[in-house]
Design a protein around this ligand. Structure first.
Ligand code: B1M
Length: 231
Protein backbone atom coordinates (compact mmCIF):
# COMPACT_ATOMS: atom_id res chain seq x y z
CA UNK A 1 0.00 0.00 0.00
CA UNK A 2 1.39 3.45 -0.91
CA UNK A 3 2.07 5.76 2.04
CA UNK A 4 -0.31 8.40 0.76
CA UNK A 5 -3.21 6.02 0.04
CA UNK A 6 -6.42 7.27 1.60
CA UNK A 7 -8.45 4.82 3.68
CA UNK A 8 -12.01 5.97 3.10
CA UNK A 9 -13.33 4.23 6.20
CA UNK A 10 -10.91 6.26 8.38
CA UNK A 11 -12.31 9.60 7.22
CA UNK A 12 -14.94 11.59 9.09
CA UNK A 13 -18.29 12.04 7.30
CA UNK A 14 -17.37 15.51 6.05
CA UNK A 15 -13.94 14.40 4.85
CA UNK A 16 -15.43 11.34 3.18
CA UNK A 17 -18.01 13.40 1.28
CA UNK A 18 -15.28 15.77 0.03
CA UNK A 19 -13.12 12.80 -0.93
CA UNK A 20 -16.08 11.30 -2.81
CA UNK A 21 -16.45 14.56 -4.76
CA UNK A 22 -12.77 14.18 -5.75
CA UNK A 23 -13.20 10.49 -6.57
CA UNK A 24 -16.25 11.20 -8.70
CA UNK A 25 -14.29 13.93 -10.47
CA UNK A 26 -11.55 11.37 -11.16
CA UNK A 27 -14.09 8.75 -12.28
CA UNK A 28 -13.07 6.26 -9.60
CA UNK A 29 -15.99 3.84 -9.67
CA UNK A 30 -14.83 1.43 -6.97
CA UNK A 31 -14.01 4.24 -4.54
CA UNK A 32 -17.46 5.73 -5.11
CA UNK A 33 -19.09 2.37 -4.44
CA UNK A 34 -17.05 2.01 -1.26
CA UNK A 35 -17.89 5.54 -0.15
CA UNK A 36 -21.60 5.01 -0.68
CA UNK A 37 -21.48 1.76 1.30
CA UNK A 38 -19.61 3.45 4.15
CA UNK A 39 -22.10 6.34 4.40
CA UNK A 40 -25.06 3.97 4.37
CA UNK A 41 -23.40 1.79 7.03
CA UNK A 42 -22.92 4.93 9.12
CA UNK A 43 -26.66 5.54 9.02
CA UNK A 44 -26.86 8.13 6.25
CA UNK A 45 -30.18 8.08 4.40
CA UNK A 46 -30.01 7.01 0.75
CA UNK A 47 -31.36 10.45 -0.20
CA UNK A 48 -28.65 12.37 1.68
CA UNK A 49 -25.99 10.07 0.28
CA UNK A 50 -27.34 10.66 -3.21
CA UNK A 51 -27.65 14.42 -3.00
CA UNK A 52 -24.71 15.37 -0.76
CA UNK A 53 -22.08 12.93 -1.99
CA UNK A 54 -23.05 12.11 -5.59
CA UNK A 55 -25.19 14.93 -7.04
CA UNK A 56 -23.05 17.64 -5.40
CA UNK A 57 -19.94 15.96 -6.82
CA UNK A 58 -21.48 15.88 -10.28
CA UNK A 59 -22.20 19.60 -10.05
CA UNK A 60 -18.44 20.24 -9.73
CA UNK A 61 -17.82 18.00 -12.75
CA UNK A 62 -20.49 19.95 -14.67
CA UNK A 63 -18.89 23.31 -13.89
CA UNK A 64 -15.44 22.17 -15.07
CA UNK A 65 -16.95 20.56 -18.18
CA UNK A 66 -18.61 23.90 -18.97
CA UNK A 67 -15.34 25.76 -18.42
CA UNK A 68 -13.36 23.45 -20.70
CA UNK A 69 -11.29 21.97 -17.86
CA UNK A 70 -12.83 18.50 -18.25
CA UNK A 71 -13.67 16.81 -21.55
CA UNK A 72 -16.15 14.15 -22.66
CA UNK A 73 -14.00 11.09 -21.82
CA UNK A 74 -13.39 12.30 -18.27
CA UNK A 75 -17.03 13.23 -17.82
CA UNK A 76 -18.05 9.79 -19.06
CA UNK A 77 -15.87 8.20 -16.39
CA UNK A 78 -17.41 10.46 -13.75
CA UNK A 79 -20.89 9.54 -15.03
CA UNK A 80 -20.02 5.83 -14.79
CA UNK A 81 -18.82 6.24 -11.22
CA UNK A 82 -22.00 8.17 -10.39
CA UNK A 83 -24.15 5.44 -11.91
CA UNK A 84 -22.33 2.77 -9.88
CA UNK A 85 -23.16 4.70 -6.70
CA UNK A 86 -26.76 5.17 -7.80
CA UNK A 87 -27.02 1.44 -8.51
CA UNK A 88 -26.32 0.69 -4.83
CA UNK A 89 -28.83 3.29 -3.68
CA UNK A 90 -31.64 2.34 -6.06
CA UNK A 91 -33.10 -0.58 -4.05
CA UNK A 92 -32.70 1.39 -0.82
CA UNK A 93 -34.64 4.33 -2.22
CA UNK A 94 -37.36 2.00 -3.45
CA UNK A 95 -37.70 0.34 -0.02
CA UNK A 96 -39.78 3.06 1.55
CA UNK A 97 -42.95 0.99 1.68
CA UNK A 98 -44.83 3.96 0.25
CA UNK A 99 -48.36 3.19 -0.93
CA UNK A 100 -48.93 2.89 -4.70
CA UNK A 101 -49.26 6.42 -5.99
CA UNK A 102 -49.70 6.06 -9.73
CA UNK A 103 -47.87 5.22 -12.89
CA UNK A 104 -45.24 7.13 -14.83
CA UNK A 105 -43.49 6.75 -18.14
CA UNK A 106 -40.25 8.71 -18.38
CA UNK A 107 -37.54 9.12 -20.99
CA UNK A 108 -34.88 11.47 -22.31
CA UNK A 109 -35.89 13.12 -25.59
CA UNK A 110 -34.61 12.42 -29.08
CA UNK A 111 -31.02 13.46 -29.77
CA UNK A 112 -30.11 13.49 -26.10
CA UNK A 113 -28.15 10.76 -24.33
CA UNK A 114 -27.94 12.28 -20.84
CA UNK A 115 -29.65 9.93 -18.44
CA UNK A 116 -28.27 10.44 -14.93
CA UNK A 117 -30.87 13.01 -13.90
CA UNK A 118 -33.69 11.06 -15.52
CA UNK A 119 -32.54 7.87 -13.77
CA UNK A 120 -32.49 9.73 -10.51
CA UNK A 121 -36.03 10.99 -11.03
CA UNK A 122 -37.17 7.44 -11.89
CA UNK A 123 -35.51 6.08 -8.73
CA UNK A 124 -37.02 8.72 -6.48
CA UNK A 125 -40.45 8.29 -8.03
CA UNK A 126 -40.27 4.54 -7.41
CA UNK A 127 -39.21 5.25 -3.85
CA UNK A 128 -42.28 7.43 -3.46
CA UNK A 129 -44.57 4.62 -4.58
CA UNK A 130 -44.91 5.29 -8.31
CA UNK A 131 -44.69 2.50 -10.83
CA UNK A 132 -42.18 3.75 -13.38
CA UNK A 133 -41.38 2.61 -16.89
CA UNK A 134 -38.09 4.08 -18.00
CA UNK A 135 -37.84 4.45 -21.77
CA UNK A 136 -34.15 5.31 -21.62
CA UNK A 137 -32.53 7.91 -23.86
CA UNK A 138 -33.03 9.33 -27.35
CA UNK A 139 -36.81 8.86 -27.48
CA UNK A 140 -38.77 9.83 -30.56
CA UNK A 141 -42.35 11.04 -30.36
CA UNK A 142 -43.43 7.63 -31.67
CA UNK A 143 -41.68 5.87 -28.78
CA UNK A 144 -43.39 8.10 -26.21
CA UNK A 145 -46.80 7.61 -27.81
CA UNK A 146 -46.34 3.85 -28.02
CA UNK A 147 -45.47 3.74 -24.31
CA UNK A 148 -48.49 5.89 -23.40
CA UNK A 149 -50.73 3.58 -25.38
CA UNK A 150 -49.24 0.44 -23.88
CA UNK A 151 -48.81 1.48 -20.25
CA UNK A 152 -51.63 4.00 -19.83
CA UNK A 153 -49.62 5.93 -17.22
CA UNK A 154 -50.94 8.86 -15.22
CA UNK A 155 -47.80 10.86 -15.87
CA UNK A 156 -45.48 11.39 -18.80
CA UNK A 157 -42.03 12.63 -17.76
CA UNK A 158 -39.54 14.02 -20.25
CA UNK A 159 -35.93 14.94 -19.65
CA UNK A 160 -33.59 17.08 -21.78
CA UNK A 161 -30.12 18.35 -20.89
CA UNK A 162 -29.27 20.19 -24.08
CA UNK A 163 -30.63 23.49 -25.35
CA UNK A 164 -30.71 21.82 -28.76
CA UNK A 165 -32.92 18.92 -27.61
CA UNK A 166 -35.30 20.64 -25.20
CA UNK A 167 -37.51 21.98 -28.05
CA UNK A 168 -38.31 18.35 -28.89
CA UNK A 169 -40.53 18.25 -25.81
CA UNK A 170 -42.87 20.60 -27.64
CA UNK A 171 -42.94 18.24 -30.62
CA UNK A 172 -44.13 15.47 -28.31
CA UNK A 173 -46.76 17.64 -26.60
CA UNK A 174 -48.00 19.08 -29.92
CA UNK A 175 -48.37 15.58 -31.32
CA UNK A 176 -50.30 14.55 -28.21
CA UNK A 177 -52.59 17.55 -28.80
CA UNK A 178 -53.08 16.67 -32.47
CA UNK A 179 -54.11 13.16 -31.49
CA UNK A 180 -56.47 14.41 -28.79
CA UNK A 181 -54.38 12.75 -26.07
CA UNK A 182 -52.86 15.71 -24.28
CA UNK A 183 -55.44 16.02 -21.52
CA UNK A 184 -55.29 12.32 -20.69
CA UNK A 185 -51.87 12.71 -19.07
CA UNK A 186 -50.01 14.85 -16.59
CA UNK A 187 -46.91 16.02 -18.44
CA UNK A 188 -43.90 16.86 -16.27
CA UNK A 189 -40.62 18.06 -17.74
CA UNK A 190 -37.14 18.55 -16.34
CA UNK A 191 -33.48 18.97 -17.11
CA UNK A 192 -30.81 21.55 -16.35
CA UNK A 193 -31.48 24.03 -19.22
CA UNK A 194 -35.27 24.15 -18.68
CA UNK A 195 -37.27 26.55 -16.56
CA UNK A 196 -40.83 27.30 -15.56
CA UNK A 197 -41.36 29.68 -18.46
CA UNK A 198 -40.22 27.13 -21.03
CA UNK A 199 -42.46 24.49 -19.52
CA UNK A 200 -45.47 26.82 -19.78
CA UNK A 201 -44.57 27.84 -23.33
CA UNK A 202 -44.49 24.24 -24.58
CA UNK A 203 -47.73 23.31 -22.81
CA UNK A 204 -46.37 20.98 -20.12
CA UNK A 205 -48.17 20.80 -16.77
CA UNK A 206 -45.08 21.56 -14.73
CA UNK A 207 -41.33 22.02 -14.72
CA UNK A 208 -39.48 20.02 -12.07
CA UNK A 209 -36.20 21.57 -10.93
CA UNK A 210 -34.92 18.33 -9.41
CA UNK A 211 -35.96 14.81 -8.50
CA UNK A 212 -37.43 15.81 -5.14
CA UNK A 213 -39.56 18.48 -6.81
CA UNK A 214 -40.62 15.91 -9.44
CA UNK A 215 -41.89 13.62 -6.67
CA UNK A 216 -43.74 16.42 -4.86
CA UNK A 217 -45.24 17.73 -8.10
CA UNK A 218 -46.32 14.27 -9.21
CA UNK A 219 -47.95 13.62 -5.84
CA UNK A 220 -49.80 16.95 -5.93
CA UNK A 221 -51.10 16.27 -9.44
CA UNK A 222 -52.19 12.75 -8.50
CA UNK A 223 -54.10 14.13 -5.53
CA UNK A 224 -55.81 16.64 -7.81
CA UNK A 225 -56.63 13.85 -10.27
CA UNK A 226 -58.14 11.64 -7.56
CA UNK A 227 -60.14 14.56 -6.15
CA UNK A 228 -61.46 15.40 -9.63
CA UNK A 229 -62.51 11.77 -10.18
CA UNK A 230 -64.26 11.44 -6.81
CA UNK A 231 -65.96 14.89 -7.05
CO1 B1M B 1 -23.12 16.65 -21.41
N1 B1M B 1 -23.64 18.55 -21.49
N2 B1M B 1 -22.83 16.66 -23.34
N3 B1M B 1 -22.50 14.86 -21.15
N4 B1M B 1 -23.20 16.97 -19.57
C1 B1M B 1 -24.15 19.14 -20.27
C2 B1M B 1 -25.66 19.02 -20.19
C3 B1M B 1 -23.66 20.66 -20.41
C4 B1M B 1 -24.53 21.68 -19.66
C5 B1M B 1 -22.18 20.75 -19.98
C6 B1M B 1 -21.62 22.11 -20.02
O1 B1M B 1 -21.26 22.57 -21.07
N5 B1M B 1 -21.56 22.77 -18.89
C7 B1M B 1 -23.69 20.84 -21.94
C8 B1M B 1 -25.01 21.35 -22.53
C9 B1M B 1 -24.91 22.78 -23.00
C10 B1M B 1 -26.18 23.24 -23.57
O2 B1M B 1 -26.93 22.59 -24.20
N6 B1M B 1 -26.42 24.50 -23.33
C11 B1M B 1 -23.38 19.43 -22.41
C12 B1M B 1 -22.88 19.11 -23.69
C13 B1M B 1 -22.55 20.28 -24.60
C14 B1M B 1 -22.70 17.78 -24.13
C15 B1M B 1 -22.22 17.31 -25.51
C16 B1M B 1 -22.82 18.05 -26.71
C17 B1M B 1 -20.69 17.38 -25.47
C18 B1M B 1 -19.98 17.01 -26.75
O3 B1M B 1 -20.15 15.94 -27.27
N7 B1M B 1 -19.20 17.96 -27.20
C19 B1M B 1 -22.64 15.81 -25.50
C20 B1M B 1 -24.08 15.62 -26.01
C21 B1M B 1 -24.44 14.20 -26.20
C22 B1M B 1 -25.93 14.05 -26.53
O4 B1M B 1 -26.73 13.99 -25.62
N8 B1M B 1 -26.27 14.02 -27.78
C23 B1M B 1 -22.58 15.54 -24.03
C24 B1M B 1 -22.25 14.29 -23.50
C25 B1M B 1 -22.16 14.03 -22.15
C26 B1M B 1 -21.64 12.70 -21.59
C27 B1M B 1 -22.03 11.48 -22.42
C28 B1M B 1 -20.14 12.80 -21.47
C29 B1M B 1 -22.23 12.73 -20.13
C30 B1M B 1 -23.62 12.05 -20.01
C31 B1M B 1 -23.54 10.69 -19.37
C32 B1M B 1 -24.90 10.20 -19.01
O5 B1M B 1 -25.83 10.92 -18.72
N9 B1M B 1 -25.01 8.89 -19.04
C33 B1M B 1 -22.46 14.22 -19.93
C34 B1M B 1 -22.63 14.82 -18.65
C35 B1M B 1 -22.46 13.91 -17.45
C36 B1M B 1 -22.96 16.19 -18.49
C37 B1M B 1 -23.03 17.04 -17.21
C38 B1M B 1 -21.59 17.31 -16.78
C39 B1M B 1 -23.76 16.46 -16.03
C40 B1M B 1 -25.21 16.05 -16.30
C41 B1M B 1 -25.68 15.27 -15.10
O6 B1M B 1 -25.71 14.06 -15.12
N10 B1M B 1 -25.97 16.00 -14.00
C42 B1M B 1 -23.80 18.34 -17.73
C43 B1M B 1 -23.44 19.58 -16.96
C44 B1M B 1 -24.56 20.05 -16.05
O7 B1M B 1 -25.70 19.66 -16.13
N11 B1M B 1 -24.22 20.97 -15.19
C45 B1M B 1 -23.62 18.24 -19.18
C46 B1M B 1 -26.36 15.40 -12.74
C47 B1M B 1 -27.87 15.17 -12.71
C48 B1M B 1 -28.26 14.59 -11.36
O8 B1M B 1 -28.50 16.43 -12.89
O9 B1M B 1 -29.20 15.89 -15.25
O10 B1M B 1 -29.62 18.18 -14.27
P1 B1M B 1 -29.52 16.74 -14.08
O11 B1M B 1 -30.90 16.19 -13.52
C49 B1M B 1 -31.58 16.79 -12.43
C50 B1M B 1 -32.56 17.90 -12.84
O12 B1M B 1 -32.22 18.54 -14.05
C51 B1M B 1 -33.89 17.21 -12.87
O13 B1M B 1 -33.78 16.27 -11.82
C52 B1M B 1 -32.47 15.69 -11.87
C53 B1M B 1 -32.11 15.18 -10.52
O14 B1M B 1 -32.18 16.13 -9.51
N12 B1M B 1 -34.34 16.46 -14.06
C54 B1M B 1 -35.66 16.13 -14.20
C55 B1M B 1 -33.66 15.96 -15.10
N13 B1M B 1 -34.48 15.32 -15.93
C56 B1M B 1 -35.71 15.38 -15.41
C57 B1M B 1 -36.93 14.87 -15.86
C58 B1M B 1 -38.07 15.12 -15.10
C59 B1M B 1 -38.01 15.86 -13.91
C60 B1M B 1 -36.79 16.38 -13.44
O15 B1M B 1 -39.21 14.61 -15.57
C61 B1M B 1 -40.35 14.74 -14.86
Amino acid sequence: MADDEIILADLSDDELVLQMHDDLYDGLKEEIEEGVNILIARGWTPYDTLTKALVAGMTIVGADFRDGILFVPEVLLAANAMKAGMFILKPLLAETGAPRMGRMVIGTVKGDIHDIGKNLVAMMMEGAGFEVRDLGINNSVEKYLEALDLDKPDILGMSALLTTTMPYMKVVIDTMKEKGLRDDYIVLVGGAPLNEEFSKAIGADAYCRDAAVAVETAKAYMLRKHNAISA
